[in-house]
Ligand binder design. Structure first.
Ligand code: NGO
Length: 529
């Protein structure tokens, strides 16, 4: 009799798992199904479901290798799970069953991991702590969305059985935040970093200067930050990062395995610098502060030596704050600089970056000059950009320049979704969720070898964006698609399958307090409460 009951119960739960009936849907309310192992964004490289699920209980321990970084990842996981499960989840280096984070040699690369789940536990294995961290993001998505809440939830906390083996397609999976047009505080940037980490984004590009604001303290040119940090688009108070603030952002990003890529845009987009120091202007007259949104009207004075003293000082101080390999020098929309001057300027400035041990990145206009050896060009054209311009970038790629893809009519997060989107711009067109996801970085740029493509990056320009809620509304859901383009093998690319996995993220975002655009293209579950 007892046996019979157990069989029935087992059958019932299998059925629930198979049909995906929600625990809060029709009776019977328990047990809840576990999330299918492949319902993860970005799609893992390979998924083999099977075997019993693991259930996190009050007795679960998080066992880590005896390494500082593995322990830190374990503590990070515990901090995610404790508030919603209400369990202690001690992080231990010995004994204790349940969740295990292991560092071991294997075919994982710098960021990959393997997840094995069964009745006795879940084990994440990776060669590097970054891989464990990305594996933790996968594990989060395998648990019910309520795991993301900050108060105790009923559970149960099941992880489906099976194995995931996962490594990224590209090493560059970036997001850019423009902190110049509107300033964002350290806490706001940290909040975005946490959101980027959910989807295994590994670069945070900060656009630190533009016509409307200079956001990083430079000791040798103090007025940049104190004067030109003092406002923003629309005339608000603006702000800037002290060096300590900036280092805190870098530290926090690195604790989430993101590398910060700082950008000082030059020689155009420099009204902030020109307004702060009259001597940087060819005519020696400082222009007024600028709080509008026009582009292309400012240029550093290419013929003056002081320009290069200035650039050297800025790059030296910024390089000293940057543990990462790259410095972005902008180079877009230099409409007020002659072509000859632009080439001259880039020929002088790129060696300065190299001299401080960093690799140059520029917007793709840099390919109209002579990109330094090893430089990366960030493509921000459109599907419809002229063949000549695309070929210039492709030729540079064939010559060894790496390419980061940020096509504006695909993954500029500041483009409106539809004509009704209250925020954002539309100069590159309207970019709904499907359009944003449905392209292949591998064959996007005709004539560029696939091996030149380092990955993708989603810029968020902030002419119309002034608070975290704005960032989130424009980034979600498109950011998840960009992350998938950067991480998942091309073979997994399929809008119909993607939109189902994406829909499952909605309740997670709600649990995390992220207000997202509920695109009608995506079959979101009904919103609760
Ligand atoms: C362009 C321009 C930026 C604007 C952005 C708005 C690039 C690389 N330069 O992108 O100054 O803020 O469009 O979408």
């Amino acid at each position: 009799m007892r046996q019979h009951h157990r069989t029935l119960r087992l059958l019932g739960s299998l059925l629930l798992v198979a049909t995906g009936v929600s625990a809060t849907g029709a009776a019977p309310a328990r047990p809840a199904p576990s999330t299918p192992l492949d319902r993860v964004v970005p799609a893992p490289a390979s998924v083999a479901p099977g075997g019993s699920p693991y259930r996190i209980t009050p007795d679960t321990h998080i066992r880590v290798d005896d390494s500082g970084e593995a322990r830190r990842v374990g503590e990070y996981l515990a901090a995610v799970l404790r508030p919603s499960t209400g369990y202690r989840l001690p992080v231990t280096t010995r004994g204790g069953g349940g969740i295990r984070l292991r560092l071991a040699k294997g075919p994982f690369g710098a960021e990959g991991y393997r997840l094995d789940s069964g009745r006795k536990g879940v084990t994440l294995t990776a060669a590097e702590p970054a891989g464990l961290f990305h594996g933790v993001q996968t594990l989060r998505q395998l648990l019910p969305a309520a795991v993301e809440k900050d108060s105790v939830q009923p559970g149960p906390w099941l992880v489906a059985g099976g194995t995931i083996k996962d490594t990224p397609r590209y090493g560059w999976r970036g997001a850019m935040l423009d902190v110049s047009r509107h300033f964002f505080t350290v806490d706001q940037v940290k909040r975005y970093i946490d959101q980027l980490a959910l989807y295994k984004i590994n670069k945070l590009h900060l656009h630190l200067s533009d016509d409307q604001g200079w956001r990083i303290a430079i000791d040798s040119w103090p007025r940049l930050a104190t004067y030109r940090g003092s406002t923003q688009v629309g005339g608000g108070p603006g702000g800037h990062y002290t060096k300590a603030d900036y280092q805190e952002i870098v530290r926090y990003a690195s604790s989430r395995y993101l590398e910060v890529v700082p950008e000082i845009d030059m020689p155009g987009h420099t009204n902030a610098a020109l307004a702060s120091y009259a001597e940087l202007n060819c005519d020696g007259v400082a222009p007024a502060l600028y709080t509008g949104t026009e582009v292309g009207f400012s240029s550093l004075c290419v013929g003056k030596e002081i320009t290069y003293d200035f650039v050297d000082d800025v790059i030296r101080e910024l390089a000293a704050l940057t543990p990462g390999a790259y410095l972005h020098i902008g180079g877009d929309e230099a409409h007020s600089t002659s072509h000859e001057d632009y080439v001259k300027f880039m020929d002088r400035v790129q060696p300065i970056v190299a001299g401080y041990g960093k690799t140059v990145i520029g917007w793709h206009q840099l390919t109209g000059a002579t990109p330094a050896k090893g430089a990366l060009a960030q493509y921000w054209g459109l599907d419809g950009t002229g063949a000549e311009e695309k070929e210039r970038v492709a030729a540079a790629a064939r010559g060894g320049t790496g390419i980061i893809l940020s096509p504006a009519d695909r993954i500029y997060l500041d483009m409106k979704y539809t004509a009704d989107t209250p925020l954002g711009l539309d100069w590159a067109g309207l970019v709904e969720v499907k359009r944003s996801y449905d392209w292949d970085p591998g064959d996007y740029l005709p004539g560029a070898p696939a091996s030149a493509v380092r990955g993708v990056e989603a810029p968020l320009w902030t002419e119309t964006i002034s608070k975290s809620a704005d960032i989130e509304y424009m980034a979600f859901p498109r950011l998840a698609g960009v992350a998938e383009l950067g991480w998942s093998p091309a073979a997994t690319h399929d809008w119909d399958a993607y939109k189902v996995r994406l829909a499952a993220q909605g309740p997670r975002w709600e649990a995390l307090g992220i207000g997202y655009y509920r695109s009608p293209q995506v079959p979101w579950p009904a919103q609760r409460g």
